[in-house]
Design a protein around this ligand. Sequence first.
Ligand code: APR
Ligand code: ZN
Ligand code: ZN
Length: 361
Amino acid sequence: MAHEVTGVIARSKGAPVELATVIVPDPGPGEALVRVQACGVCHTDLHYREGGIGGDFPYLLGHEAAGIVEAVGGGVTDVAPGDFVILNWRAVCGQCRACRRGRPWYCFATRNAAQKMTLADGSVLSPALGIGAFAGKTLVAAGQCTKVSPRVRPEVAGLLGCGVMAGLGAALNTGQVSRGDSVAVIGCGGVGCAAVLGARLAGAGTVIGVDIDDRKLAWARELGATDTVNSRAADPVERIRELTGGHGADVVIEAVGRPETYTQAFYARDLAGTVVLVGVPTPDMRLELPLLDVFGRGGQLRSSWYGDCLPDRDFPMLTDLHLRGRLPLEKFVTETIPLDGVEEAFAKMGRGEVLRSVVAF
Ligand code: APR
Ligand code: ZN
Ligand code: ZN
């Protein structure tokens, strides 16, 4: 039996999103059908709509979600109907060369549902990041469901499925921030603010938030930045050095995804420090740096994909810390919106008015 639900579709490049009837098949072997309870609006959804990720229209958008497993297909043992889960886009295969080398966060063959969701006329939908959760129900690979405590509100839990995990993981997993470290975060949107929070959680001393928008800097302070710099008003590299005894920060996290902010990150770190790039650049961008500086300044230049997270390891741990009052994830939910509010949420995102808009079902 197939399920008919309403979903948010990007039908063609650049066109506004629209609501449409989505046909969701019953789960086959290794799949799970999830009743979505909440799904955050992420930049990647907008990139899909703009054709920046590919041309496989129509897309079923939404990928930052939590919900209840409604049914599972054959051979599924890790989750069962009734489980409260966060959806992830890193269901690792266990077989590829990264998985076999014990580095599954680099898995090259992550799993998605084998069956396709369609429109009523039968046209096949491409689900955003293999999820497609701006819909009453969605079909995913069972490994894309990570069971967490049902005591976490869905609007909050879902955020760990993408942007907030990316930021937390940039600090905790990729940057390996440890107690006493000085940390600077360039770009304090949802991802950067989560990196600020992650740095605090790891016991960083000085945590400097940098942005060109004072509203974002206020959010960064609320999430634990000890200092903030508006880089329109002051040179961020100089200010970060001043705030770290003249040396630069031990870890600098770039959460914008632009060459100029990456260059700032590169020079704002202490000798032998670490730069983490979690902001996503566009294909046209180029970076130019003196190679002698790359050599002479030493340290580590790392990129962070999805916060180098392992959902089954990280989501339950982070929701547990949230329930113990140590991780105020609820602060990222600026507003909850209905399913037909996604297009307007993209506009608010563009104007920098929100950390996250979250569709609540
Ligand atoms: N210097 C400092 N901050 C900047 C600059 C700049 N030159 N340009 C933009 N910013 C700030 C914006 O003001 C905003 O607060 O960067 C922040 C980006 O945040 P969001 O637009 O809310 O995006 P976010 O969801 O945080 O994602 C950031 O990470 O995962 C990637 O694709 C995502 O590339 C994006 C980045
Ligand atoms: Zn793998
Ligand atoms: Zn996302």
